[in-house]
Design a protein around this ligand. Structure first.
Ligand SMILES: [Zn+2]
Length: 316
C-alpha cells in the first residue's frame, strides 16, 4: 500500500511561502514570475508536496532559471487541521473588491478572509517586483472523486493559449458558475494561468502529476532549460495520464443549498459520458436526470461542498 498524501504531509512546518527560486539574493535572469499556489482547499496537500519536491530539486541542482518560481500555501489553517475549509470556501471569496477592502483595513470576520488577505498581499508584491516580465500562475488542486488530471481555465485567450501548451484536457468557463475562485481573481487582475486538478486528494499519483506540470510549465515558458530535468519523462507522464485531450466547456452546475440531502449516483468519474434521461443523483428525494448526452464534471462524493456536479460539452 502506498502512503496517502495526507499521511505524508507534515503540517507542522508549513509556511505561507513554500519556496522561491531563485531567491532575491541569488543571481537571476529576467523572465516570467510563476506563482504556484496549493492547498487553497485544506484537504488537498498534493500540490504542497509537489512544490516541496520541486524546490528541493532546484536547491540541490541550482540550475539557471529565467524569472522566478514562487510556491505558496493557500488555506493554511485548514491545511493544518486537514479539513477543506474553516468558515467559508476560500476558493469562492477571492474577488478584487474584497482584496481592496482588506487592503484598506477591513478585518474579515471569517478565517478564509485573513488567508485571502495574505495571498492578495503576495500577489501585489509580485505585481510590483521590477524583475517580473510577465505574471504566470498555476493553482494546484485535487478532487474528491478519481479523475485523470485536467486543466480548468477562465475564458480568456491568453489563459487558453497557456493551458493548451499542456498535454492535458482543458475545461473552460467555470468562472461563470463559481466566481471568486483564486484563479478567477488572478485572471481579473490581468495575469495568465490556470487551475490544475491532478487526481484524487490522497492518491500519490496526484503529487507526481502536479510536480510534472510545474516542470513542464517552467520549460515550455522559457524559464528552465529542458536539459536540466528529465523533460520527456514529465511531459509523457501527463500526456499518458488522460484518455482524452479534448477541450470542454462547462454548461451547467447543480447548486446545493445548506442542509439539503444530496447523493450522487455511484460510479461517475470526471468526464464520464452520460446519456439523456440517465439518473445522475438524488436531491432531497427527487431524481435528477441528464438533460442531454454530455459528460459529468466534478461529481461530489464528499460531505462538504455546494457544487453537486457540473455538466461539460465538447468545445473548440
Ligand atoms: Zn480544490
Amino acid at each position: 500500500m502506498e502512503t496517502k498524501n495526507s499521511e505524508l504531509f507534515n503540517a507542522d512546518g508549513l509556511t505561507r511561502i513554500i519556496g522561491e527560486y531563485p531567491t532575491d539574493g541569488m543571481f537571476s535572469r529576467p523572465g516570467p514570475f510563476l506563482l504556484a499556489s496549493a492547498g487553497i482547499h485544506g484537504n488537498e496537500p498534493s500540490g504542497i508536496l509537489a512544490l516541496q519536491r520541486v524546490f528541493k530539486k532546484l536547491k540541490t541542482s541550482k540550475p539557471f532559471v529565467k524569472g522566478r518560481l514562487i510556491g505558496v500555501s493557500g488555506n493554511m489553517t485548514a491545511l493544518k487541521k486537514g479539513v477543506r475549509l474553516i468558515d467559508k470556501d476560500l476558493n469562492r471569496v477571492c474577488t478584487p473588491e474584497f482584496a481592496d477592502r482588506l487592503k484598506s483595513g477591513e478585518i474579515a470576520d471569517f478565517q478564509e478572509g485573513s488567508e485571502f488577505h495574505d495571498l492578495a498581499a503576495i500577489v501585489e508584491a509580485i505585481e510590483n517586483n521590477k524583475k517580473q516580465e510577465k505574471f504566470l500562475f498555476m493553482d494546484l488542486h485535487t478532487t474528491s472523486s478519481r479523475t485523470p488530471p485536467y486543466i480548468s481555465v477562465n475564458k480568456k485567450k491568453e489563459n487558453f493559449d497557456f493551458a493548451k501548451k499542456m498535454p492535458l484536457p482543458v475545461v473552460k468557463g467555470i468562472e461563470k458558475f463559481i466566481p471568486g475562485h483564486f484563479d478567477h481573481f488572478l485572471t481579473l487582475k490581468g495575469h495568465t494561468g490556470f487551475t490544475m486538478e491532478a487526481g484524487q486528494h490522497d492518491d500519490p499519483k496526484s503529487v507526481d502529476f502536479h510536480e510534472a506540470a510545474i516542470w513542464v510549465v517552467m520549460v515550455d515558458n522559457g524559464m528552465l532549460d529542458k536539459s536540466v530535468i528529465d523533460y520527456a519523462h514529465y511531459h509523457n507522464l501527463l500526456k499518458e495520464s488522460s484518455p482524452t485531450r479534448d477541450n470542454f466547456e462547462v454548461t451547467y452546475r447543480l447548486n446545493l443549498k445548506d442542509g439539503c440531502e444530496f447523493a450522487m449516483e455511484e460510479g461517475f468519474e470526471n468526464f464520464s459520458e452520460i446519456k439523456k434521461g440517465q439518473l445522475l443523483a438524488k436531491l432531497d428525494g427527487e431524481k435528477i436526470l441528464a438533460d442531454s448526452d454530455a459528460r459529468v464534471f466534478l461529481p461530489l462524493y464528499q460531505q462538504q461542498g455546494s457544487d453537486g456536479f457540473f455538466i461539460v460539452m465538447p468545445a473548440d
